[in-house]
Every structure is written in structure tokens, then in C-alpha cells.
Ligand binder design. Sequence first.
Ligand code: NAD
Length: 250
Amino acid sequence: MDFTEKTVLITGGSRGIGRATARAFAEKGARVAINFHSDNEAAKATIESLPGEGHFAIRADLGSSGAVEQMINAVVREFGRLDILVNNAGIFKLHPITEVSYDQWQQVWKDTLAINLTGAANATYCAARHMIEAGGGRIINVSSRGAFRGEPDQPAYGASKAAMNAMGQSLAQALAPYNIFIGTVAPGFVETDMAKAWLEGEEGDSIRRQSPLQRVAQPEEVALGILFLASEGSEFMTGAILDINGASYL
Ligand code: NAD
């Protein structure tokens, strides 16, 4: 996989899967922009750690449609074009239906859908406009195994990721005539801040024991799937949802 001369934007790229993806693209020759929301220092450190030149970080709240449009336009201005967009940013909040108030319930649904789904949809819209003009591009969505099996205390998260899967499949059809290919990765548990609460202590041991490989994914292993779907030669996988879960059904 060679991404020399390619330009990439990764949303939520300052840590976890986004940071590993930024590093993997940079190692393969790409110029990388990472989006961040509030963690300025982490974003700066990530950019400084990347091999190669021309990388930069850009602040934007994915929950704001105006900020998303400005971010995509700024990246295209800086790089001259945008070849690959990775919709990676996401949030995850517990909201057990029998325990939260109606106000809390509504807030979690609103925030989760705004960032995980509408944020990715808006970034896709704005990026696709530029890609159509440039003659093509790739858009990779970071979904989750939660889209298929649900979780009792996080219905908004699973719903946002299931909708992201459907969005990717729809837009793969709509954008194929423009040489824009869309792939989705659906990881299970990945060793990042987001999954920390599950992966520590007894519960973490139990999750690992139940996995055929006796472990969960590392962010670099998800990055590999993202690079594969963004690489030359994987065009016919457009619309595909790649299961990255070590044959675990957790
Ligand atoms: P993480 O919490 O480390 O990363 C999430 C990133 O999204 C962070 O950089 C965060 O700053 C960013 N973000 C959150 N809200 C934002 C906003 N409003 N605007 C811009 N950026 C925002 O966790 P991660 O595991 O690296 O998650 C990356 C993606 O992978 C997410 O979409 C997540 O749903 C998905 N995922 C994670 C796991 C897992 O077990 N860790 C499993 C399946 C899917």
C-alpha cells in the first residue's frame, strides 16, 4: 500500500484509532491532516510524531455543520486537494433506559447522532463535492460491531453506527459514477480510551478470555483495515463493511 502524494483527513485523529491511522498513512507517504475538537496538546503531539512532512492539525466540532464545512474547505486549500477522508470521530455514552431521566435520554441521543452520524454525513457531503471536481476519492467510515448486535445500555451508539453502515452503502452507490469509493470498518473492542472502562479489571479479563485470540484489537490493526479500503486496487470493495474483530462475537 503506497499513499505517496495522497492527502488524507482523519476526524478525531489526536488519539486512539485516529492517531494510529494518521501514523499508518504517514508511514506510507501520505500528507495527513488530523481533526481534533478540544485536545489541542494531543493533536500537536500526534502531528509532531508523524514521519514525513506537510502534516497539520485542524480544530472543528463535528457536531457543528458550519465547522465541518470550514474544516473540509481549509484542508482542501492547504493540500490543494483531498484524496481520502476517514470519518473516525465518535462518542459513546451510557444511558440505561430504566435509569436516566427523559432529559438525559434526549441529550445523549442528540449528541451521539450529531457527532457519530450527522458529523460524518456532513463531512462526507463537503468532501465529496471536492472529490467530484478532482475526479475521485475515498471515504472510509469507522463504524462498530455494536451496529449489529446492540448493547443494552448504549442504544444511541449502536443506532448511530448501524445508520453509518447504511449511509456508507447508500453513498457507495450514489458516488461510484464519480470514482469515489466508500468503505466501512466495524471493529469490536479496541484498546483505546473509549473502551477503557470495559477493558480494565475483571470485565476486561473476561472479554479477552471469551475472544478466540484471547485479546482485543490494537488501534494499529484497525488502521490496517482502513488503509486497505483506501488503497489502490480495493475499488470493487466499495460499499463493503469490514469486520475487524478476531472472530469474536462479543
Ligand atoms: P477515542 O475516544 O480515543 O477517539 C474518539 C475521537 O473522536 C477522539 O479523538 C475525540 O476527540 C474525537 N471526537 C469526539 N467528539 C468529537 C467532536 N465533537 N468533534 C471532533 N472530534 C470529536 O476512541 P477510539 O476507540 O479511537 O474511537 C475512534 C472510532 O472508533 C469511534 O468512531 C468509535 O466509535 C470507533 N470504535 C471504537 C471501538 C473501541 O472499542 N475503542 C470499537 C468500535 C468502534
